[in-house]
Design a protein around this ligand. Sequence first.
Ligand code: KDG
Ligand code: MG
Length: 403
Amino acid sequence: MRITDARVIVCSPGRNFVTLKIVTEDGLSGLGDATLNGRELAVATYLSEHLVPLLIGRDARRIEDTWHYLYKGVYWRKGAVTMTAIAAVDMALWDIAGKAANKPVYQLFGGASREEVLVYSHASGATIEQTVESIADHARQGYRAIRAQCAVPGHGQTYGVAKAGRRYEPAERGGLPSETTWSTEPYLQFAPVLFARLRREFGSELQLLHDVHHRLRPIEAARLGKSLEPYQLLWMEDPVPAELQEGFRTIRQHTTTPIAVGEVFDSIYDAYRLIQEQLIDYIRCTVVHAGGLTHLRKIAQLAELFHVRTGCHGATDLSPVCMAAALHFGLSVHNFGIQEYMRHSEATDRVFPHAYTFADGFMHPGEAPGLGVGFDETLAATYPYQRAYLPVARRLDGTMHDW
Ligand code: KDG
Ligand code: MG
């Protein structure tokens, strides 16, 4: 089953997406998400200039071999751009494999380990009361697990909090990155106040999560985890930047609040120490940024040996193609924990019609062959790319903060 064509399509139905479409001589086609938020065109060029010529004429059925050909053949291995490009090829090939077998992709992974995939959504507010309302709204929509973020009083726009009256969307189109300020001490004092109020309001059944966005130093994260223990979070996410992983030992020694990390990891080499030393509880690598389904399944299998469960990143900058891939993955892997789900805009859903469904806090990838996602290229062409950046953070003294 030779590959006869591979094309990269960049579109922006509300936000930017990079999509790889691979076509075989049998007329089958597969889709892969290649979106790297804020650096989209780097991956688009990597694919079209460097990988597409390598794909034409290859056997689409050789998924494992193609993965190693692209990973080992580059010489300069790893890195977000390389791994996102490889992930897109890998997703598209699994999509084709499913269509060729007339089966949903999860059936190629040993079938379902569970009936449905538990997801969590995002709630946020400029004040505690707005955050309470936002959570109540998500709970009414059926979510059983909700991430709560709230602006720190007196500190302006906080990352992870939706702007008034707007959907939460991390990247901004047009112009240069916006600049936010960050001050650790008020945040550390405020976070337990927020979660005390949320537990009073919602009781103990609702699962609450919180994203620290790599903002703390290990001893500060340890203090945060300790102060949040009475409120029994499902996890505290990205407590510290994860280049320096020894810090997780400090956090672990001080708190029983579960720890999740990995949305910016690009391979098992970023994750294996944290997993093997059982310094984390959830690994958040995604299909699109961690080398595709082939590689993410290996990460999950390593994690399974060490009591670590999956909790894949699923923000809106991951296209519906990635979301579908994550759901096939989540339905099948034994040590699945939870999947993040931020609904895409209606425009995005029209460009990427999909078989996956949401009901009562759970999702299912559907039974369509392959990944179960279509791509309306004509409609996509009406939404041209627009440069977008994530905001940056500065400390009160003006120095750049860790992300
Ligand atoms: O592109 C970056 C976003 O996807 C990220 O900031 C969102 O942290 C995030 C999350 O947990 O969804
Ligand atoms: Mg996050």
